[in-house]
Design a protein around this ligand. Structure first.
Ligand SMILES: [Zn+2]
Ligand SMILES: [Zn+2]
Length: 138
């Protein structure tokens, strides 16, 4: 994700009005490595702007995802999580506390498309999600 300042310009260029609530959403996401859900972003913004609606949060997150500023993670079956780090990386989720860890390891030497599919499909990327139980929950 771009810095809050750059993002503000990017979104203005996309015709989005930058409200104090939206700015707060960007601030919550900037350098955030906890992979928050929409609910978690909402709870943080609500502390400063109690009148903010969940719809505003959700729609802003969807816009950020659509323009490629954040990634949506489908790693937790209960809810979507958002990642402002759009560099290639992988994740580990604790199935108990739902904590999501970043994994910056290059798995590409080990991940290959089966030969039977190679002639019809080109791979442009992949993401690995590990599931397990973290040390605190074990
Ligand atoms: Zn855990
Ligand atoms: Zn991540």
């Amino acid at each position: 994700m771009e810095t809050v300042e750059k993002l503000t310009t990017v979104l203005r260029n996309h015709g989005m009005k930058i409200t104090p609530q939206r700015l707060m959403i960007f601030k919550v996401l900037e350098k955030n490595t906890s992979h928050p859900s929409a609910e978690e972003v909402y709870n943080k913004v609500k502390k400063i702007y109690p009148a903010v609606s969940f719809t505003t949060i959700y729609k802003t997150l969807e816009t950020l995802r659509d323009i490629g500023e954040i990634k949506e993670l489908i790693i937790d079956e209960d809810r979507k999580h958002y990642d402002p780090n759009i560099d290639i990386h992988h994740h580990y989720i604790c199935s108990h506390c739902k904590k999501i860890l970043d994994i910056f390891e290059d798995f590409s030497p080990h991940v290959k498309l089966p030969d039977s599919l190679k002639s019809d499909y080109t791979v442009t990327g992949f993401q690995i999600s590990f599931q397990g139980v973290c040390k605190e929950c074990a």
